[in-house]
Design a protein around this ligand. Structure first.
Ligand code: HEM
Length: 571
């Protein structure tokens, strides 16, 4: 007779195949049976875990081998994944120097270059314009680091994440929203923003120094804040703190996101987390502030917007379309509903837009202002064109601004010479990217476009590629010399659609291109038109001989931030 202690098949197959013993006449032994059952279940679970982990490791290893094999077939400096160039890159010290290093590699190895960063990371840089467009269309995901930085700072959001599949729908609705309603609403904003910022600038100027970067930050911050939150943003007393926090968080974002495990031991990390929390709190506060202001306005004589929905609004009563939508339905209603089912941080997307939009817009405004100070004759020409358009139409709205060819050309030329970031980054997380040149870039590789090299390539832009020459965007003036040479010409050239040039990529291209492009270019041009109409921008007296911005042959040196003054024009 078998006892309860009889040897049992402690193998997965045994557990799965052998039926539980039933022996008539054997006395039931419930304690043993339960113990036996528990140990078999544990055993089965351990086996399942073992098999899953092993297959996962095998899959990972197969992926790595594939990365090494395909990566090694791409032209690049002779090195194996184990002799990575990470040291070389960290030795570069800055992304500007990385661009310089990539320039050398492209000269040596052609339009596609591979660089091992570590055994699990390969960077592929593409410089040929046709291949760039193909790559930007085919590789739809972004680097996880970008998404991590946004997630760490602002919580879960559905914009700026790595997977295209997940961001696609949200991108489409935002793009429609920005390109449609925001551009129309932006018409009334620039003048108000300029009045508000100039009020503060006057105070700063009275104290002494005013630099181009800080005034550009204020302009960008206010124009975006005003567009997203409404006019009430301009008199929000905490706007200054909000701006300061946003810029601090922007500076440190990628650093803290680069840790695979959050550095809980570092006090700096907790300080950063505290700042992010404060910013989220302030965002909720500004929304509250705007809604209250908005309600006050509707009570004092204005018909409620709820009643007015769908009717053209008075521009004075410019409650933000974002708030309208958030409160009363529209684009953000869908978003709000999704908060309930997804785990998105409320306001996560708004914060991400403020973050990216402010930084990129401020950088472009600063670049334009610097060029204007350096080229007073361009300022005067722009002023005459703005006044001419204004006399014809009595106002300068975004529609008219697009007719001021030289202004649009100045914005594009500044964006060409100083893109918001030195590299466009892409990645295809799941699929290999097969390019028409016959090269296959393995899934997971970091794909980059060195923007400065492409946008300042002599073979594409001509021998003056690293010079500031807005005339290159004016079709009649193309190939007719520099801006200075064209100065005084009576021609009225039309501006070239910059997108026709495959090497013009300051807003990216393809499925993950910037959705704020139209808003940024038209918004900034309208802002500049209002600014130049009212002010002359000059170097601070006595500082004219300060070092001027420098360019070297292949890499743009960051423009120094000149100290400037705004001189009111006599009307
Ligand atoms: C001068 C101002 C701006 C510049 C130079 C700029 C530039 C860029 C660039 C280079 C990208 C990456 C494109 C790519 O990888 O192909 C991008 C992405 C993006 N931009 Fe902008 N941007 C500006 C302003 C704005 C503004 C004002 C907004 C909206 C408020 C905005 C919203 C976005 C969004 C949502 C993405 C992410 C797209 C994605 O990951 O799918 N941008 N921008």
């Amino acid at each position: 007779m078998e006892s309860c202690d009889a040897a049992l098949p402690y193998t997965l197959i045994g557990v799965l195949l052998r039926p539980p013993p039933r022996h008539p006449g054997v006395a039931a032994c419930p304690g043993k049976f339960l113990r036996d059952y528990a140990s078999r279940a544990t055993n089965a679970l351990l086996w399942v875990a073992f098999i899953s982990i092993t297959s996962l490791l095998f899959r990972r290893l197969a992926g790595l081998v594939r990365l090494w094999v395909l990566g090694s077939r791409i032209p690049g400096p002779p090195s194996s994944p184990f002799l990575s160039h990470l040291k070389v890159i960290s030795g570069c010290g800055s992304l500007g120097n990385l661009t310089g290093y990539l320039a050398e590699l492209h000269d040596k190895y052609g339009p596609i270059v591979r660089l091992w960063l570590s055994p699990t990371q390969v960077l592929v840089s593409v410089k040929d314009t046709m291949l760039i467009k193909e790559m930007l269309i085919k590789a739809e995901d972004k680097l996880p680091l970008t998404g991590r930085a946004f997630h760490l700072a602002f919580g879960r959001s559905s914009l700026f994440i790595s997977s295209f599949e997940k961001v696609k729908k949200r991108r489409e609705s935002f793009a429609e929203y920005m390109n449609g309603r925001l551009v129309v609403t932006a018409n009334s904003i620039p003048l108000k923003v300029i009045e508000c910022v100039m009020g503060r600038v006057d105070t700063i100027m009275a104290k002494g120094i005013l630099d181009c970067i800080s005034v550009s930050q204020q302009l960008a911050f206010n124009i975006l804040g005003c567009t997203l939150f409404g006019d009430a943003f301009l008199d929000w007393p905490k706007a200054g703190i909000y701006e300061e926090l946003l810029m601090k968080i922007a500076n440190d974002g990628c650093f803290w996101a680069s840790y695979a495990i959050p550095p809980f031991w570092s006090s700096g990390y907790w300080k950063y987390q505290y700042m992010c929390k404060r910013l989220k709190h302030l965002t909720k506060e500004i929304i509250q502030h705007c809604v209250e202001k908005y309600d006050l306005l509707s009570q004092s004589g204005h018909t409620s917007y709820k009643e007015n929905k769908g009717i053209e609004k008075d521009t004075k009563f410019n409650a933000s379309v974002l708030l309208d939508s958030m409160t009363y339905g529209g684009l953000f209603q869908e978003e709000m509903e999704e908060y309930l089912i997804s785990r998105d941080e409320p306001c996560g997307n708004i914060l991400c837009l403020m973050f990216h939009g402010c930084l990129a817009t401020a950088s472009l405004i600063s670049s334009i202002l610097t060029r204007l100070v350096l080229h007073p004759e361009l300022q005067e020409k722009l002023y005459s064109e703005i006044i001419a358009v204004r006399e014809k139409t009595c106002k300068t709205d975004s529609h008219d601004v697009q007719k001021i060819n030289l202004l649009m050309a100045t914005v594009y030329e500044s964006a060409r010479l100083l893109p918001a970031g030195p590299l466009l980054q892409r990645c295809s997380l799941k699929h290999d990217t097969c390019l028409s040149s016959g090269i296959t870039v393995p899934a997971g590789a970091i794909l980059v476009v060195p923007l400065q090299l492409v946008q300042m390539d002599n073979s594409i832009w001509g021998k003056d590629a690293n010079q500031f020459n807005p005339c290159r965007f004016l079709s009649e003036a193309t190939d007719q010399g520099s801006y200075e040479e064209n100065e005084g010409s009576e021609k009225c050239p039309f501006y070239n659609e910059p997108k026709r040039n495959a090497a013009f990529l300051p807003f990216g291209y393809g499925s993950r291109a910037c959705i704020g492009e139209k808003f940024a270019t038209v918004g900034i041009s309208t802002l500049l038109a209002s600014l130049l109409q009212n002010y002359e921008i000059k170097f601070q007296p006595g500082l004219e001989n300060d070092p001027k911005p420098i360019m070297n042959d292949c890499v743009l040196q960051l423009l120094p931030s000149p100290r400037i003054i705004f001189v009111k024009r006599d009307k």
